[in-house]
Design a protein around this ligand. Structure first.
Ligand SMILES: [Zn+2]
Length: 172
């Protein structure tokens, strides 16, 4: 179900913790408009996550096509359809990733509320309500600390082996 978020209602709540004003502030309405049309379910999904991980700061909601191209982002972006939110929180990506991996009850509830796409970032998550039998998913977080450590150890081994070979050859 789509709802129209209007400037004159900016102090109203969409769900318990999301207001019309904060979503309008991070939206790019179509030319000449001060209102945006968005899928109500994306807010139900956001509220469910909020109830489990704490405050989420929206940084992007509706985007008109012209603005979306300047980011740049694909024309098929769910933001252009009014079906996506970008939400900042330091732990939300880990939490949501764990729910997906474990196919948890939280994940099933989120899918029932309409969750159709998830993007993981260092700053938080992108969520959307695309209609899809399989979850749209991407993980754009930087490499984890363990991966960096492992690479460093490999590099040290190469250097030390290389040094021994060099010494052995130098003696000849
Ligand atoms: Zn997004």
């Amino acid at each position: 179900m789509f709802i129209t978020l209007e400037e004159k209602n900016r102090n109203q709540n969409i769900t318990e913790n999301f207001t019309v004003g904060e979503i309008l502030d991070v939206s790019k309405p179509n030319q000449g408009r001060t209102s945006v049309d968005m899928d109500y379910n994306v807010f139900l999904v956001a509220q469910y996550i909020r109830d489990n991980v704490g405050p989420l700061i929206p940084s992007s909601a509706f985007r008109n096509l012209y603005y979306n191209r300047t980011i740049p982002s694909k024309d098929t972006s769910q933001h252009v359809k009014g079906k996506a939110l970008d939400l900042h929180n330091p732990v939300v990506a880990n939490w949501l990733h764990a729910q997906i991996k474990n196919n948890s009850n939280h994940y099933k509830q989120l899918r029932n509320l309409g969750l159709g796409g998830v993007g993981l970032y260092d700053w938080g998550v992108h969520i959307d309500t695309r209609t899809s039998s399989r979850l749209g998913f991407w993980d754009f977080r930087k490499k984890k600390a363990e991966t960096v450590t492992f690479t460093s150890i490999l590099l040290l081994i190469f250097i030390s082996v290389g040094y021994r070979l060099f010494k052995r050859n130098a003696k000849k």
